[in-house]
Design a binder for this molecule. Structure first.
Ligand SMILES: NC(=O)c1ccc[n+]([C@@H]2O[C@H](COP(=O)([O-])OP(=O)(O)OC[C@H]3O[C@@H](n4cnc5c(N)ncnc54)[C@H](O)[C@@H]3O)[C@@H](O)[C@H]2O)c1
Ligand SMILES: Nc1nc(=O)c(N)c(NC[C@H](O)[C@H](O)[C@H](O)COP(=O)(O)O)[nH]1
Length: 275
């Protein structure tokens, strides 16, 4: 199963994106890009568990171009199970094979719900062929008391090249603590830039998360927000992106049109503003 490479973006689109790409200089923390596609009524899927294509071909290219510029791409386990995403990079990058250009797929899955089943098998098989093998972040508490049958699932998942990585604090009820734990683990694993694609729980949580910076000040972990707006309504049963608090954090905002979609790119103030 080999997918066709996507078309190349015009220079105007790569110039539009270039200020928002992760910096190449080393940093003491993970650079986080939050990106997703939403309808005009801020829905990202028609219903829970329903894969819904919102991006047109041009904005899909944009997403894969962004993937090529990040070390990791993260989704929640519901997205993994609903969408069976490849999470690879099908945008051709000069001098790089598709595997080299692809980010590391990272799945937040505290209790390992994505255990080997036909769908995750096909995703992992596809990822092995066209991208990098996924890392599955599970709760360390869950991993320490794993059942014999789940242990078998872990071993068969790892035999396919994936890694099941225990994270201390992942199952915390406190989103600040769980995101601090996720980002600390990923940094230790060598991820310097992370593209967060969804789903709704992940996006809504992350928008309201605050983690300690090097001075111990609570700041948002998000650096850049890039949102595709598709000109459709998904209706009230759709899966909504709407954080728990009001936010007015974005700056250096620019908009560009990709086919029939509009894409907003912006930086996120590190300090959280709520009104
Ligand atoms: N349009 C888009 O850009 C887009 C992108 C991604 C997903 N989607 C859609 O979103 C829907 C899925 O969204 P969702 O909200 O149901 O699920 P999700 O993908 O956000 O996954 C939620 C699950 O991930 C785990 N998780 C997430 N954050 C965690 C944290 N901080 N700590 C511990 N565990 C955590 C939990 O098990 C949680 O139940 C699907 O229908 C999918 O098609 C759309
Ligand atoms: N940018 C974007 N536009 C969409 O319309 C949509 N539904 C997603 N959803 C993100 C989700 O994770 C998808 O499942 C992957 O975008 C699937 O794409 P790949 O198989 O990885 O190429 N993302």
């Amino acid at each position: 199963m080999t997918s066709q490479p996507l078309d190349l973006l015009p220079d105007s689109s790569t110039s539009f994106l270039s200020p928002y790409l992760p910096p190449s200089r080393p940093s003491d923390r993970v650079f986080v890009t939050l990106t997703y596609a939403a309808s005009l009524d801020s829905r990202i899927a028609l219903g829970h568990g329903q894969r819904t294509q919102l991006s047109g071909s041009e904005s899909k290219c944009m997403t894969h171009y962004l993937r090529a510029h990040h070390d990791g791409i993260l989704v929640g386990v519901n997205t993994f199970l609903a969408d069976n995403p490849g999470l690879n990079c099908r945008y051709s990058i000069a001098g790089k094979s598709p595997v080299e250009a692809s980010p590391r797929p990272i799945i937040i899955d505290p209790t390992f719900r994505c255990k080997i089943e036909s769908r995750s098998k096909s995703m992992m098989a596809a990822a092995c062929m066209e991208g990098k093998e996924p890392w599955i972040l599970v709760s360390a508490e869950w991993r320490n008391s794993v059942s014999p049958s789940d242990l078998v699932h872990i071993q068969s998942t790892e035999r396919m090249g994936a890694r099941v990585i225990p994270v201390v604090g992942l199952q915390s009820d406190n989103r600040n603590e769980s995101w601090a734990a996720i980002l600390k683990s990923l940094k230790e694993l060598g991820i310097r830039s992370l593209m967060v694609e969804g789903g709704a729980r992940v996006i809504n949580d992350l928008l309201c998360t605050a983690v300690d910076d090097i001075n111990g000040t609570k700041v948002s972990p998000i650096d850049v927000v890039i949102i595709t707006i598709a000109p459709v309504y998904l209706g009230k049963n759709g899966v909504e992106v709407s954080p728990a608090t009001a936010l007015d954090n974005l700056y250096d905002i620019t908009w560009d049109q990709f086919g029939r979609d509009c894409v907003m790119a912006s930086f996120n103030k590190k300090l959280r503003a709520t009104f």
